[in-house]
Write a protein that binds this ligand. Structure first.
Ligand SMILES: [Zn+2]
Length: 247
């Protein structure tokens, strides 16, 4: 009997932390991984406004569009970026709104995007992962006049362009003050711990209320894409066959 109840509890826990998306037509469901791990606290996965992203790609190099989507969560972004930080959650929240403006059906075509970010380690990684843009192919442009978590995103096929940024009143200025102190070299070990606490508190605030309270999106009609900052090393070719007819 004890084993039975343990099995029920385990099943309930798994249902809580993985959210299969019905893929339809007998296809296997798409999993959304929000299982807590040492680098991914339970509250972050369960927060009501924590962003996740359905993305559309191709099936292979020179492949056609995939019929199914994938789901990228904050946990996936942390695995790519390396750590859970305020900048990662802030950037993901900002890009959730920017990409909603470009893809009203909420399925993000990662073969059809380019982006401009500053050179923040955190925001730049989120920009690249979520959009499929790469600086080496000229689709991820770096502009250090932008603030952290300020992005300009363009749907290449239509030219639609949006800018997203943090509302000034939503940003905790003590984070920037302490960041400047740490980067000046004049910091104590306690400052590093305080910084993490400040950032995580900021992240928690962001994902426990509607993202539109923290970010603002504006359309940029007739936006002119800036000249590349990297030398021309060639363009991406592996997505060129996404609309090829079936045999
Ligand atoms: Zn980071």
């Amino acid at each position: 009997m004890k084993c039975f109840f343990q099995a029920v509890l385990l099943t309930l826990a798994l249902l809580t932390f993985s959210s299969p998306l019905d893929a339809g037509a007998g296809r296997p469901p798409v999993q959304k991984d929000i299982t807590p791990e040492w680098f991914f606290p339970a509250w972050l996965g369960q927060s009501p406004h924590a962003p996740s992203f359905q993305v559309r790609d191709t099936v292979n190099k020179y492949g056609r569009y995939a019929q199914q989507v994938k789901i990228i969560t904050l946990k996936d972004l942390i695995k790519f970026h390396g750590h859970f930080c305020g900048g990662l959650v802030e950037s993901a929240g900002a890009l959730r709104l920017a990409l909603d403006a470009l893809f009203p059906d909420r399925v993000i075509d990662r073969t059809d995007l380019r982006i401009i970010s500053n050179n923040s380690a955190c925001g730049g990684d989120v920009a690249s992962y979520l959009t499929g843009a790469r600086s080496r192919f000229g689709s991820h442009h770096i502009d250090n006049t932008l603030k952290e978590s300020e992005f300009i995103v363009q749907k290449v096929s239509s030219g639609e362009t949006v800018r997203v940024r943090v509302r000034p009143e939503a940003y905790p200025h003590e984070v920037r003050t302490l960041m400047k102190k740490i980067e000046s070299g004049q910091y104590t070990p306690q400052d590093l711990d305080s910084f993490q606490e400040l950032q995580w508190n900021y992240a928690r605030r962001l994902v426990t209320r509607p993202l539109s309270e923290a970010f603002v999106v504006e359309k940029l009609p007739d936006f002119t894409w800036p000249p590349p900052v990297c030398p021309d090393l060639g363009r991406r070719r592996d997505n060129d066959y996404k609309n090829a007819p079936a045999r």
